[in-house]
Design a protein around this ligand. Structure first.
Ligand SMILES: Cc1cc2nc3c(=O)[nH]c(=O)nc-3n(C[C@H](O)[C@H](O)[C@H](O)COP(=O)(O)O)c2cc1C
Length: 220
């Protein structure tokens, strides 16, 4: 799979997980076959403040490359400026924007899944990032209640210049319960020209293959 100019060796990708996908965990996943690993989400404002814990969250080494750094923020300028700092300091292979975190404290700050209700802000963030950085840009969303609403957001992200879209097939309200809706993801994939990466309920080779079969099946 290619994400913009980034060529990946495979299609198995480690999703960003707060307090889980730190550097040692990412190195393990890389060792056992991940084609790309993502950092934990990190607040753009904290990077701008040079907060040490946050800078540690985005620290990377050559052994884990390619690596994507995920940013969380509500203000386009903060997200773009912090991404530029990270690009200069740590040289990740790509930058990602969190548009799916459902946690109350994040939603209260108008970040994560809260941005799915503000498509114009999403557009500003993605177009600002793609115009300011040399590396490919991805965005990670959750699905919305209807396929149409989800497709609207997906198209905005693509049009604004994202190089790939990651879709967690659960709504904000579902949090982590229920099943990831692969049919929604399949529909989004068929509408977009950029790669669409399915997320949710992929635990092992069997569930990965089931997911691939659903996404590639025609006529359903
Ligand atoms: C402990 C934990 C931390 C998470 N942190 C993040 C995060 O920092 N950024 C993000 O986009 N998603 C985060 N997620 C969501 C995962 O990336 C992924 O979308 C979700 O777990 C997929 O569902 P699954 O558990 O069915 O595979 C987190 C999930 C868990 C369980």
């Amino acid at each position: 799979m290619n994400i913009g100019k980034l060529k990946l060796r495979g299609n198995l990708i480690l999703a960003p997980m707060s307090f889980v996908t730190n550097l040692p965990f990412r190195l393990l996943c890389k060792k056992y076959g991940a084609a790309l690993v993502y950092s934990e989400m990190t607040f753009s404002e904290a990077i701008l403040r040079q907060n040490e814990k946050s800078l540690n969250r985005v620290y990377t080494t050559n052994e884990e490359r390619p690596v994507g750094i995920q940013l969380l923020g509500s203000d386009p300028n903060s997200v773009i400026n912090s991404a530029m700092i990270i690009e200069q300091k740590f040289h990740p292979e790509l930058m990602d924007v969190n548009l799916g975190c459902p946690s109350q404290s994040i939603i209260k700050n108008e970040c994560g899944a809260a941005l799915l209700k503000k498509p114009e802000v999403i557009g500003e963030i993605i177009s600002g990032l793609s115009g300011s950085l040399d590396v490919p840009i991805t965005a990670k969303i959750r699905i919305l209640n209807s396929l149409d609403e989800t497709l609207k957001i997906a198209h905005i992200i693509e049009k604004a210049g994202a190089d790939a879209l990651i879709v967690h097939g659960r709504t904000q309200k579902q949090q982590y319960s229920g099943k990831s809706n692969l049919e929604f993801i399949k529909n989004i994939k068929s509408e977009l020209s950029i790669p669409v990466i399915a997320n949710g309920d992929i635990f092992d080779e069997k569930t990965q293959n089931m997911c691939l079969n659903i996404l590639s099946a025609t006529g359903s």
